[in-house]
Design a binder for this molecule. Structure first.
Ligand code: SF4
Ligand code: SF4
Length: 280
């Protein structure tokens, strides 16, 4: 069993509680207009266009596939910038054992592991097995998943994955179906269902909503989500939209909301009964 990893951050303090190893898997099932990691969306089609843009000759063809030499690479990201396929040539394949080796290198300095993406739940079978190994061999580490919630967790096939994941961080991009489709190209039916399911299972650590002023009905989403998570031990993170890294969408011209507006949204959530509301 293998996964394609876009990147590993050995010590992250924004991907769940404490210091965590964050593992970003390649591939996504949504196509958000504000995606800040568009290079994680698709799998490389080996077109080779990035090879000649590499200043250190770290990219080459081998048997029709683009090969990346991570020793020569200086991480200038020229390859990612020119890729029109929302991909990256710097993807590394890991097995359960080889990824576990990476965890062993830092196990004494982290509180847990978080899978993110792209959309990591596309590899739910791998994650279920990997977390099972973590629980057996490193039981002091917590196992988290950061997800867009698009796959339907209520299906039987996700039961082992749900069982082995301690907590989830879930994006609610918009409560309104038409707005969600316009923003991400997909509906939010499973996402809202998963929100209820994870609360019922006591496995929801945090909900995240990106706020875009004059573009989304932020108040509606925050009110609806707050009414669902109020009085529970669930954090609500309100994230200011930032246009840095946004490619190919009208959103690249939209400014970040100001602090006063974010504070007004925080007050909406607080007044409804959400205890932990954060603005970032
Ligand atoms: S990373 Fe992008 S540009 Fe490079 S070979 Fe793959 S698809 Fe082509
Ligand atoms: S990030 Fe690495 S592989 Fe990509 S262009 Fe720069 S040096 Fe080459």
């Amino acid at each position: 069993m293998e996964v394609l990893v876009n990147k590993i951050i050995k010590f992250s303090n924004v991907d769940g509680p404490g210091n965590r190893m964050a593992i970003f898997l390649q591939g996504c099932n949504l196509n958000c207009k504000y995606c800040h990691n568009p290079e994680t969306i698709n799998f490389c089609n080996n077109c080779g266009k990035c090879i000649e843009k590499c200043p250190t000759n770290s990219l080459s063809f081998l048997e029709g596939k683009v090969i990346w030499d991570n020793i020569k690479c200086i991480n200038c990201d020229n390859c990612i910038k020119i890729c029109s396929n929302s991909s990256s040539p710097k993807i590394v394949k890991y097995t359960i054992d080889s990824l576990f080796e990476e965890v062993l290198k830092v196990k004494n300095f982290i509180r847990g592991i978080t899978f993110s993406g792209g959309e990591c739940t596309l590899n739910f079978k791998f994650i279920a097995k990997f977390f099972s190994k973590i629980k057996r061999e490193l039981p002091n580490l917590t196992c988290f998943v950061d997800t867009n919630g698009y796959v339907d967790f209520s299906k039987e096939e996700y039961s082992e994955f749900l069982k082995n994941t301690d907590f989830f961080m879930l994006d609610i991009k918009s409560y309104t179906a038409s707005e969600h489709i316009s923003l991400t190209s997909k509906n939010n039916i499973s996402i809202l269902k998963n929100l209820e399911l994870l609360i019922k299972m006591d496995k929801l650590y945090e909900v995240r909503t990106v706020v875009i002023e004059n573009f989304l009905n932020n108040e509606k989403t925050i009110e609806e989500v707050s009414n669902i998570i109020k009085y529970k031990k669930v954090k609500y993170k309100l994230i200011k939209f930032r246009n840095i890294g946004v490619k190919n969408s009208e959103l690249k011209y939209i400014k970040s909301p100001d602090d006063k507006y974010m504070e007004s949204l925080k007050i909406i959530a607080k007044n409804i009964g959400v205890k932990d509301v954060f603005v970032i």
